[in-house]
Design a protein around this ligand. Sequence first.
Ligand SMILES: Nc1nc2c(ncn2[C@@H]2O[C@H](COP(=O)(O)OP(=O)(O)OP(=O)(O)O)[C@@H](O)[C@H]2O)c(=O)[nH]1
Ligand SMILES: [Mg+2]
Length: 368
Amino acid sequence: MNVVSAITGLPYVGKTTLFNLLTGAHASTGAFAGAEAETNVGVAKVPDQRVEELAALYKPKKITHAEIMYRDIGLARAEKPGQAISPQKLGDLRTADAIVHVVRAFSAPSVPHVDGSVDPVRDLSTVELELLFADHAVVERRLERIEPELRSSKGPEREMKEREKAVLRRAIAALAEERPLRDLDLDPDEEKAIRGFRFLTRMPVLVAVNLDEDDVAEPERVIAPVREAAKAHRASAVVPVSAKLEAEIAELPPDEAASFRRDLGLAEPALDRLIRATYELLGLCSFFTVGEDEVRAWTVPYGAPAQQAAGAIHTDLERGFIRAEVIGWQELLKAGSEANAKKLGVMRTEGKTYPVKDGEILHVLFNV
Ligand SMILES: Nc1nc2c(ncn2[C@@H]2O[C@H](COP(=O)(O)OP(=O)(O)OP(=O)(O)O)[C@@H](O)[C@H]2O)c(=O)[nH]1
Ligand SMILES: [Mg+2]
């Protein structure tokens, strides 16, 4: 699957700086034009040491990492909630799988703050309220339209619409109390009834707290209140970044960058931190395909059935799936080759429903 993350947040909080850092793009920052500018789109390679180690074994012609697509979606400063997101940006947000909400915690007097002061917790709720408004408008419109549809439908169709209406009533009640739709407990049928709306407040959110350079070594003091605020709702995680500083470090040669990070007490690059958090939040994992031609990582939901995982490679592999040969990446490295792994009996044969786990290598046998 191709995961899409939407980077958003108030103006001038460092969205584009972070976007550039993640994707290696050079979109203009500090122009203070995010709301009017087109959405920036770019791709980040998912860092994965396992891919490198497998590549060292196979020496393939091609090495392909998994990817996450990022969209940098600028919002406007709004006098009242419900005015900050243009219709086009709304579409860019709705079709994402997760939101990366950047909040500003850096002071930089040269960079104006739209609300006059640096307050990440306040900003978090300002933007959350925008998203709530957007969802509220959708629910309200749908509830108006569903009534006449209900009157003219019957049987299973009516039942489905009744269910949709019931969920939407709960949704509007939650939104009216300023509770995001992530907080609603829905069974699979209810979930299905509203999935098509792609509600913004039901998407998993990663809050990226954009720190001052001085706070990088000890981010807890700054991020604790944000974590506390985010914890009130489900499917959210908080990750510290220092977009500008880390972008500067990323420009350095790799060993210099590593020693600079060590000096600063930064254990790993922001990219690694954010992407790992995204995988956790979305319940994703990586499996690999290996060979002389290509060593490649693929992204699937954790525990996806082998047949569905095969579909990530190609639809033919899903359609004509017979079975898969499976081995953990470490076992393969230890065995030194697939032939040896087979001899040792550590290569398993699994069927369609086998739940694929992180770090497994799949060989799909298929017939179309
Ligand atoms: N000191 C400091 N400045 C930062 C940091 N991140 C971004 N900035 C600066 O803040 C300004 C705005 O950054 P952008 O990345 O353009 O912010 P944005 O959120 O994309 O802004 P809009 O797209 O206009 O809404 C730029 O001058 C950046 O250099 C940071 O971590 N620390
Ligand atoms: Mg921008």
